[in-house]
Design a protein around this ligand. Structure first.
Ligand code: IYR
Length: 220
């Protein structure tokens, strides 16, 4: 199908506004932290829906949008996810993870207990569609699946943060159980869980440093 075009609806910012908008977004995003202690305070479904609308507006390889999101608030489903995740995590921390990996995680103070999987009001499971299925059930090759799903997940985390919620990117490994619990098809691979809600009132985060700008950015 040949490309069809329409004009881009775009209004350039006023002079000076470019900088102030870039700064405002930076100031907003630099306060984001991964949080592991959540409040059970409910979050309206509409907020989650809007953040997901932001996520699915992300760019993707060949605009194939190779993602699927399952937003879970049902307590019984959250409990099943927690039980399955903790089972895997116990094996991970008890020896499946190489020593080097555990050493890398040391400063985060993580462990196999994942109470936040039940406390937080929402768990958003992110799936990657390794391939698509045409109307006739034929496999359709997808391009840049990892990159695309990473982009949409980044949009989702930014949207939830902008709304005023805390998030945690959680990757129980392996997490094949997500597909069974959430009833997703075989062309979908679970990529991560984005846990979200209000942080617990006494939530603490590990003291970490970001790499220096010049260490990770260069202008030429
Ligand atoms: N999935 C485990 C381990 C873990 C791995 C990485 I890489 C992290 O940045 C954090 C944790 C867990 O969730 O505890």
């Amino acid at each position: 199908m040949p490309a069809r075009y329409r004009p881009l609806a775009y209004t350039p910012p006023e002079p000076g506004e470019l900088l102030s908008r870039a700064r405002a977004f930076y100031e907003l995003m630099r306060t984001r932290r991964s949080v592991r202690e959540f409040s059970n305070r409910p979050v309206p479904r509409e907020v989650i829906e809007l953040a997901l609308r932001t996520a699915i507006s992300a760019p993707s390889g060949a605009n194939q949008q190779p993602w699927f999101f399952v937003a879970v608030s049902d307590p019984a489903t959250k409990r099943r996810i927690r039980q399955a995740a903790e089972e895997e995590e116990r094996r991970f921390y008890a020896g499946r993870a190489p020593e080097e990996w555990l050493t890398a995680l040391d400063h985060l103070g993580t462990g196999p207990e994942k109470p936040f999987l039940e406390t937080a009001p929402w768990l958003i499971a992110v799936f990657a569609q390794s391939y698509g299925l045409s109307g006739h059930g034929r496999k359709v090759k997808h391009y840049y699946v990892q990159e695309s799903v990473g982009l949409a997940s980044g949009f989702l985390i930014a949207a939830l943060h902008a709304a005023g919620l805390a998030t945690l990117t959680h990757t129980p490994s392996p997490m094949g159980f997500m597909r069974e619990i959430l009833g997703r098809p075989e062309n979908e691979r679970p990529v991560m869980l984005i846990v979200t809600g209000y942080p617990a009132e006494d939530a603490r985060v590990p003291v970490i440093t970001r790499k220096a700008f010049d260490e990770v950015v260069r202008f030429v």
